[in-house]
Design a protein around this ligand. Structure first.
Ligand SMILES: C[S@@+](CC[C@H](N)C(=O)[O-])C[C@H]1O[C@@H](n2cnc3c(N)ncnc32)[C@H](O)[C@@H]1O
Length: 295
């Protein structure tokens, strides 16, 4: 009688892991489960996603598998992919993000393109403010792309500011000035020729209806505002006078149903003209820009 050794445990290979865990995530209502599984596995293996496709038969070590499972469980609990990975892309940058810090969105990347269109692609601002900086994304991009010589950024959240400062250092922009406080208040006497903001603008109903990743994980102070989502925007616009220099620009990212109301608030501001609504890449109205008249 031949004594056959028991079959060795089948090792998990890249493709098996992607297939099984993509299904696991979709069962937990994660949109694009397989894509998420690929991002997580690429992160654990130190590859980019496309490299996975060249290594479908690569077996995972026990250590890799256990690290992967930890991340997969977090994503299965609907923690945002960017928090699980610890970073999010923004234009040319890769920025640290985590609980307490808003995740930069593609629409906010496009805010910078709209700025270049309205103000001219070659305009360099002497002093720019990013109000409600979150991860620091807008401020760091302004410095990184040479759009502004001096950049200040404010946020009411100490958690966000801590991360934003780290991001600025890591991105080679240690000169950005970060200030804690509400909206333009921390600027105390400074004037700017550019003010950009992606303020909180969701209504309470929109927040309640948001996907679990947003509602349960991102900070509500970063996303929601009273008064049909307009409270913070109103306050910011009310504070522009005396801060925006002649010929300076203000640009706001807002909800798609808010652009006309925000344009109205800007038109009512003494000293502002050229008020216009701009669309995002999906053709939705999302940005409102205005320019200060000459002095
Ligand atoms: C939608 S997030 C945008 C973050 C970042 N600018 C981005 O685009 O990813 C709004 C940010 O505004 C901050 N914020 C909310 N109310 C504020 C206030 N009154 N003054 C300053 N920052 C505020 C939040 O902490 C949050 O970081």
């Amino acid at each position: 009688m031949s004594m056959r050794a028991p079959a060795p445990p089948r090792s998990w290979r890249v493709l098996d892991v992607i297939r099984v865990s993509g299904g696991y995530l979709e069962d937990r209502a994660v949109e694009n489960g397989r894509l998420n599984a690929e991002f997580l596995l690429a992160h654990v293996l130190g590859m980019d996603r496309l490299q996975l496709y060249l290594h479908f038969d690569r077996p995972l070590t026990a250590g890799e598998l256990s690290r992967y499972k930890r991340l997969l469980r977090r994503r299965g609990a609907r923690e945002p992919l960017q928090y699980v990975l610890g970073s999010a892309p923004y234009r040319n940058l890769e920025l640290e993000v985590g609980p307490g810090v808003a995740i930069p969105r593609p629409e906010t990347e496009y805010l910078i393109d709209v700025l270049k269109r309205v103000a001219g692609p070659d305009r360099i601002f002497a002093a720019a403010a990013d109000v409600g900086t979150g991860s620091g994304c807008i401020a760091i991009a302004l410095a990184d792309e040479g759009i502004a010589r001096r950049v200040v950024a404010t946020d009411i959240s100490p958690d966000a500011l801590r991360v934003a400062r780290r991001n600025a250092r890591r991105c080679g922009q240690p000169g950005i000035e970060f200030h804690a406080g509400s909206l333009l208040e921390p600027l105390a006497g400074m004037t700017c020729d550019l003010i950009l903001a992606n303020p909180p603008y969701l209504t309470h109903e929109e927040w309640r209806a948001a996907e679990a990743e947003v509602r349960e994980w991102e900070p509500s102070t970063a996303m929601v505002a009273a008064d049909a989502g307009l409270a913070v925007i109103r306050e910011l616009i009310a504070g522009l006078e005396g801060v925006l220099r002649p010929h300076g620009w203000v640009g706001l990212e807002v909800g798609r149903s808010q652009t006309e109301a925000v344009a109205g608030l800007l038109r009512d501001c003494a000293g502002l003209g050229e008020v216009a609504v701009h669309e995002d890449l999906a053709g939705l109205p999302r940005y409102v820009f205005a320019q200060a008249y000459g002095g």
